[in-house]
Design a protein around this ligand. Sequence first.
Ligand code: GRF
Length: 195
Amino acid sequence: KNIVVLISGQGSNMQAIVRAARDRQWGRRWGARLAGVVSNRPEAAGLAWAQAEGLPTVALDHRAYASREAFDAALIQAIDGLCPPGPFLVVLAGFMRILTPGFVEHYAGRLINIHPSLLPAFPGLHTHERALQAGCRFAGATVHRVTAELDHGEYLDQVVVPVMPDDSADTLAARVLTQEHLMYPRVIERLLAAG
Ligand code: GRF
């Protein structure tokens, strides 16, 4: 059971997943392995971390592609190329690209994402700023299946954190991120156990 993780930046969720796979012995228990880490940004810090971990990495600079469809076709080749004929699961972890319906269709049922809000509240960007602006007392994150409609697939899990009176977007984001790192590996492990 091959898992490919897609990132765009820091990749802290990817790191939490790699650590959980090792510490919780996903390979021995479910034949699961991290087949590689793919990024749309060659300078993503998570790529260097993954390389240092000995994981295969692929960087596809989305600016080098004429269209979204062309990029997504190259992305499919890269992902499936890491583990022919294709992965058990594609994990979007801080991956900041909107995927084409063709890509989503190709990985239908095998594609999940983490979004830093309590969906259906605050789909899209700048979620913590918006939660603070709205005066929310709680915030959180959602892991969901990916469908063609942005941030709208079946919810697989959510975590909630309190909003503090003196929170900034950064302090709230840090509190949510800590919980994301616990939730995402938990969800993946559940999917592995369910086969
Ligand atoms: C996190 O808030 C995650 O929810 C969102 O991207 C942010 C950074 O994630 N998708 P990471 O540190 O790159 O995993």
